[in-house]
Design a protein around this ligand. Structure first.
Ligand code: SF4
Ligand code: SF4
Length: 411
């Protein structure tokens, strides 16, 4: 695609990067067919090609309006378009740059600014987030039923299963990220990972100084804040990396895709660029690491019922991982049901379900109907956001696949 960059952007390195991405797009429109928001709204400007066009016009000097920002805000950043694109267009990076510039030009209403500020002030901080969930839970009887159903409930505290002693020789070090929302809402996921690693004689190091991966702030346009979270995590992990940690396992696939991009995010930071690249290279989804050891995991053979696996966009489109979780679930004794349109987003998408509730609900309804078709005993997924979002509309239990695998281990 030919581009023309307006003089006022010509010295901006992020616009130069956006320009290179714009030029790689041949405007073929293949991506439109797999875009969930285009499928629902049927408007070219609510699909990837239309959004690319809006960003191109803006950087060429066209004025942006609140409608331009609205079309960009409706994007889930699910990256299904990237998987489909034959030209390798890095749409998510382009959208991030475009949205930041257009938001700075158009501005947001006081209410929208407040919502975003509150999300950033609460969600990445586990203690504040826990307090908010407890408060919401206590207020449920006062809320209209439809709203009360959307308020999550904290899980009942359970004794953490004791992970077997690390016995590998020579000792192996694995770092695990507890995360922010996952540590509060689904702590069983981290416990399950530690249990599985323990059966392989490996202990997980979970430094308490590490926390939010930075994705929430980044997606809300607070790039400096996101980079601070990244630097804090790198500082927390670095002594373990220097001591020989072989991988950083991130069991929430949304956070995993973020940590894998630390190198790119901090490439211009002279103090952290090298460390960030090392961290990104060590980051793995647990399914990647466990696949290499699948034959050694002591699953007890049994028929454990049917599971519909919802593949998060962050696993299939951002990390481009396919089939590993499914293979591990099958080895653990679960029968997988067919899931129609598995490439489509469930509508969770970080804070999307809060900021775009109508579209998010439509996508949730579609996803749950596809997941229910095989009448599964359980729905499994790989990301805390999807897990909470799906459970919100489902009577069928929704669990992280690591929990299901841990239940199949020899006692
Ligand atoms: S992003 Fe890729 S698939 Fe979409 S219009 Fe551009 S080149 Fe075609
Ligand atoms: S990231 Fe997802 S919602 Fe956004 S344009 Fe691409 S396919 Fe559509």
């Amino acid at each position: 695609m030919q581009t023309h960059i307006a003089p006022r952007f010509q010295n901006d390195p992020s616009v130069t990067e956006a320009d290179a991405i714009l030029r790689s797009c041949v405007h073929c429109g293949f991506c439109t067919a797999t875009c969930p928001t285009y499928q629902i709204l049927g408007d070219e400007l609510d699909g990837p090609r239309g959004r690319i066009y809006l960003i191109k016009e803006f950087f060429a000097g066209a004025p942006a309006t609140e409608h331009t920002l609205e079309h960009l805000d409706r994007c889930l950043t699910c990256r299904a378009c990237e998987t489909t694109c034959p030209s390798g267009v890095r749409y998510a990076r382009l959208a991030e740059i475009g949205r930041a510039h257009i938001e700075a030009e158009v501005g947001r209403s006081a209410l929208e600014r407040l919502k975003r500020r509150l999300l950033r002030a609460i969600v990445p901080h586990p203690e504040r987030f826990r307090l908010l969930v407890q408060l919401g839970d206590a207020c449920k009887p006062l809320l209209p039923e439809a709203l009360a159903r959307k308020v999550p409930t904290l899980p009942k505290p359970k004794p953490r299963p004791t992970a077997p002693q690390a016995t590998a020789h020579p000792p192996r070090r694995i770092i695990a990220l507890a995360g922010c929302v996952q540590s509060v809402m689904t702590p069983a996921t981290g416990a399950a990972l530690e249990q599985i690693l323990g059966t392989l004689g490996v202990a997980a190091d979970v430094p308490t100084r590490a926390g939010c991966c930075g994705a929430l702030s980044l997606h809300l346009g607070a790039h400096g804040e996101a980079h601070d979270y990244m630097r804090r995590n790198i500082d927390a992990w670095w002594p373990l990396i220097e001591a020989g940690a072989e991988a950083i396992l991130v069991s929430a696939s949304g956070c995993g895709s973020m940590v894998k991009e630390y190198g790119e995010a901090l490439q211009n930071d002279p103090d952290y660029a090298e460390k960030a690249a090392r961290v990104a290279a060590l980051a793995r989804d647990p399914s990647e690491w466990l696949m290499e050891h699948a034959g050694e995991i002591p699953f007890v053979a049994a028929d454990r019922g049917t599971v519909a696996f919802h593949v998060p966009c962050s696993l299939q489109h951002a990390q481009r991982l396919h089939g590993g979780v499914e293979m591990l679930l099958q080895r653990a004794g679960y029968r997988l049901t067919e899931v129609r349109d598995s490439h489509l987003c469930c509508g969770s998408a970080g804070t999307y379900s809060i900021l775009q509730p109508v579209l998010s609900q439509q996508l949730l309804d579609q996803k749950l109907s596809a997941l229910r078709e095989g009448e599964p005993d359980c729905i499994a997924t790989a990301n805390v956001g999807c897990q909470m979002h799906l459970q919100n509309g489902s009577e069928t239990p929704v669990r992280h696949w690591l929990e299901l695998c841990a239940e199949a281990l020899a006692p």
